[in-house]
Ligand binder design. Structure first.
Ligand code: ZN
Length: 153
């Protein structure tokens, strides 16, 4: 394993052990749940918006290290972003993981690059994108829980 890959893995394991923003936001417009039955991941996302800017983001849930670390890093990444930027970031993250070509990767996405290695494990990609799907649902006011096996995600 390369040093970089090892560092990425350590970041993921660290966020899994000590997730950031692991709490409920009670007074918020935006909340959505996500399930990934293939792996057993469950997540609830809370997003607070002010004039379409994310002023706070948090999550609760349980699942594998990738799903928890992804939710943790995502809530960090979303704060201060306009909802249009959130959607663009999600698209870049999603494309970076699912489109296996040289023009799409995660290197431009700051800390989210730690999920680069997930590409090699296609069954785990939904673990990494679950929190993002739920966030988009939350922002769009879609209250139906996201299910990675039933929805076109
Ligand atoms: Zn998982």
């Amino acid at each position: 394993m390369s040093d970089l890959r090892q560092l990425y893995q350590e970041v993921i394991l660290d966020h899994n052990r000590h997730p950031h923003n692991y709490r409920e936001i009670t007074s918020t417009c935006c909340k959505a749940e996500g399930y990934n039955p293939l792996c057993g991941d469950q997540v609830t996302i809370y997003i607070k918006l002010d004039n379409d800017i994310v002023t706070d983001a948090s999550f609760q849930g349980k699942g594998c290290a990738i799903s928890v670390a992804s939710a943790s890093l995502m809530t960090e990444a979303l704060k201060g972003k306009h909802i249009d930027e959130v959607k663009k970031l999600f698209q870049q993250f999603h494309d970076g993981l699912t489109l296996n070509d040289d023009s799409h990767d995660l290197t431009e996405l700051g800390k989210l690059a730690v999920f680069e290695g997930v590409k090699e494990y296609p069954t785990r990609i939904k673990c990494a994108t679950l929190a993002w799907h739920a966030s988009i649902a939350a922002i769009d006011g879609d209250t139906t829980p996201v299910n990675t096996e039933q929805d076109d995600v």
